[in-house]
Structure formats: C-alpha cells, structure tokens
Ligand binder design. Structure first.
Ligand SMILES: [Cu+2]
Length: 64
C-alpha cells in the first residue's frame, strides 16, 4: 500500500511515521520517499488502519 503524505518533510518525519506504523504492526516494512512525499508500507494490517496511525501521529495521508 502506498500513501501520499504532504507533511512529511525530513528524516524526523520519516522516523515518526515509521514508529507509528510499527506500533500497530512491528513486522511492517516502511519505505519513505521524502522528496516525493510518499510512504510505501508492506504490512498485514489494513490500509485504513495504517492511514489512521499516520493521522494520529500528525501526518494526514491520502492513498497514492
Ligand atoms: Cu520532518
């Protein structure tokens, strides 16, 4: 699943996002493209659950 995360602007954002996703799925693989403002997540949890975790961490997203 892939998300557009407009507010992701630096390595700190990536760390926060990665932590938020791993909090709901420790096995998730998170790949962030800061320049492209996209986050790709490989996880067994639903896209909706990941989107909620991102939002709760302060990073609203849309499907990309
Ligand atoms: Cu940042």
């Amino acid at each position: 699943m892939k998300f557009k995360v407009p507010d992701m602007s630096c390595g700190h954002c990536v760390a926060s996002i990665t932590r938020a996703v791993k909090a709901i799925d420790p096995a998730a693989e998170v790949t962030a493209d800061v320049a492209g403002k996209t986050v790709t997540v490989a996880s067994a949890v639903s896209a909706a659950a990941v989107a909620k975790a991102l939002n709760d961490a302060g990073y609203p997203s849309t499907a990309a």
